[in-house]
Design a protein around this ligand. Structure first.
Ligand SMILES: Cc1cc2nc3c(=O)[nH]c(=O)nc-3n(C[C@H](O)[C@H](O)[C@H](O)COP(=O)(O)OP(=O)(O)OC[C@H]3O[C@@H](n4cnc5c(N)ncnc54)[C@H](O)[C@@H]3O)c2cc1C
Length: 525
């Protein structure tokens, strides 16, 4: 099968060893870096992406799973930002149709003024989406709201407003974008950390030193352009460039709780536009569970596995209980995950007002290192386009046109009616089914309370560059985010499959089990 060779680690490492001069090296394999690599390779530049752990290990697997314009930004009057995100939302639905779906949201209203305000506001939201609209927003009666949201508190409810946005699987999209990059000729490697930047005698950055986390072998790699797309790790790379550099990023944490579908049984999501702390709270159906979030807590430090604070958990549970008839308790939480937003990037000399008004920031250092930070998953394509345009603008790359508006992401097919949890694989679904036909024992479920099969684990290792238990269970098959306790029970099954597929010994297998257990325990409340 074609995929077997192009996505193999040995093939990708060989490409890295055989090519010493790249046009573009991207540091970081989250939404931002992957988007930049896809933009770069499809314009025709020789592109390498290096991710220290796994694709979407950082913030990009920990989002609210919404492809949205941002109703919140509309309330703040940030029309341009909303319009841009709504346009990108439309493109994502077209180009990653297997992973992005149209989700209806209901805003429950408790006074007539809110009802009117949100009805008008969402009409503007609809209008800004133009031809790429996901469906018209409508005002619904109290009776209709109670019918559609069967677990919403009746109390002083006056009615609701229905609107539409996108919903997606964030880390699966990241993996599929990495595959798309490779299919177009890029080299994208996970478990490969950039340790140092290389510079020429004029002080311009012209390469990186990177280490293969599996073999501990280091490589010096040269490129015309180096792009820092490392999210909350941005300052670490900037300090490799200039030890005196001031911090430009401050992490702000957002947490989510995953709970059983019985807390919100229908097809609609709930959007609470103003919680007690003035934030938005979402309750969104996802893989037959409900994701509830998020918070916004400024932190002084960042890590690969941020931890939810007790106050954040209490706030989400209390807020959900203000609206739901079924009482939510800590014991009901199936999984808890925290993500970090990189906040507040300051301006640099080359920044224009047009850029300042947008949510992402592109910074060109004196060494010509290009840093892209901020933004959101929804706008990853546009952020990438602006980043590569910047590299062209400063004379680092010959001018070639951006192609990504029309690039289909690996797996994209015309949407079909949702029948199986495997629909997220798009065109790969039938290949996974073939695996099960060839080896029926792979059709066995990993856990009685989760639909995922052994075949999906094998698929993730053979074709989706999964190298560890965590790569499989956190970001390919999303059990860690859906039910952390059940995930702890299936660790030995996955460890066995992994060591057989990768030809590893029992010592390696045991080490894997211990490493993953310590991470997975943090997702149990
Ligand atoms: C709580 C929360 C909810 C959100 N919800 C939504 C949402 O619903 N919809 C939406 O559109 N957006 C949402 N966002 C925003 C979105 O998730 C982020 O904008 C996006 O994921 C950021 O991606 P990134 O690639 O910049 O960062 P990251 O995903 O953090 O990626 C950076 C990567 O760089 C790697 N890296 C760091 N240092 C090195 C090194 N030295 N060498 C190699 N690799 C390195 C890291 O391992 C990491 O994988 C949310 C954000 C948060 C925090």
């Amino acid at each position: 099968m074609k995929e077997h060779t192009i996505f193999k680690r040995e093939t990708l490492v060989k490409q890295l060893e055989e090519n010493s001069n790249w046009d573009v090296i991207v540091i970081g394999g989250g939404a931002t870096g992957l988007g930049v690599a896809l933009d770069s390779i499809t314009r025709g530049y020789k592109t390498l992406l290096l991710e220290q752990v796994d694709f979407a290990k950082g913030t990009s697997s920990r989002s609210t799973k919404l492809v949205h314009g941002g109703v919140r930004y509309l309330a703040q009057g940030n029309i341009d930002l909303v319009k841009e995100a709504l346009y990108e939302r439309g493109l994502l639905l077209k180009n990653a149709s297997h992973l992005v779906s149209n989700q209806s949201f209901i805003i429950p209203n408790y006074n007539w003024w809110d009802n009117l305000k949100y009805t008008i506001g969402l009409k503007i939201y609809d209008a800004l989406a133009g031809k790429l609209s996901f469906g018209k927003s409508t005002r619904i009666s109290k009776k209709e709201t109670l019918k559609r949201l069967s677990t919403i508190k009746n109390g002083k409810l006056k009615g609701g407003v229905v609107y539409h946005d996108g919903q997606f699987d964030d880390s699966r999209l990241a993996v599929n974008i990495a595959q798309t990059c490779i299919e177009h000729g890029a080299t994208a490697l996970n478990h490969f950390k950039v340790k140092q930047l290389l510079k020429n005698d004029r002080g311009a950055v012209n390469g990186v030193v990177a280490e293969d986390a599996e073999t501990r072998k280091t490589y010096a790699l040269n490129a015309k352009v180096i792009i820092n797309a490392t999210g909350v790790f941005t300052d670490e790379i900037l300090k490799m460039d200039n030890a005196e550099a001031k911090d430009i990023v401050r992490p702000s944490q957002g947490i989510h709780l995953v709970i059983d579908k019985s807390f919100l049984p229908g097809n609609d999501a709930i959007m609470i536009p103003k919680t007690n702390d003035g934030r938005v709270l979402f309750l969104v159906p996802w893989h037959n569970k409900i994701v509830v979030g998020t918070t916004d807590t400024l932190l002084d430090s960042h890590s690969l596995e941020p931890k939810a604070l007790d106050a954040e958990v209490d706030f989400i549970i209390a807020t959900a209980n203000n609206y739901l008839t079924k009482t939510l308790a800590k014991e009901d939480v199936l999984s808890i995950f925290a993500g970090l937003r990189p906040l507040a990037a300051p301006k640099d000399k080359s920044e224009k007002t047009k850029e300042i008004s947008r949510s992402h920031k592109i910074i060109v250092s004196d060494s010509d290192l290009i840093t892209i930070t901020g933004g959101k998953w929804t706008t990853y394509r546009r952020m990438a386009q602006d980043t590569i345009n910047k590299a062209i603008f400063i004379g680092k790359l010959p001018k070639l046109a951006c192609e990504t508006k029309a690039i289909k992401i690996h797996g994209a097919i015309i949407p079909i009616e949702i029948k199986s949890h495997q629909n997220v694989y798009g065109s790969d679904e039938k290949l996974i089914q073939n695996l099960i036909k060839e080896q029926p024992e792979l059709g066995v479920q990993l856990h009685k309370s989760l639909p995922f099969t052994k075949a999906e684990v094998v698929w993730a290792i053979r074709n989706e560059m999964a190298r560890t238990i965590e790569d499989v269970l956190a970001r390919r098959v999303r059990t860690l985010f859906l039910d952390a306790k059940a995930t702890l029970e299936i660790i030995p099954i996955v460890a066995k499959i992994l060591s057989e597929e990768l030809n590893k010994d029992t010592i390696w297998e045991q080490q894997q089990i211990e490493e993953f257990k310590s991470i997975a325990n943090q997702y149990v409340l």
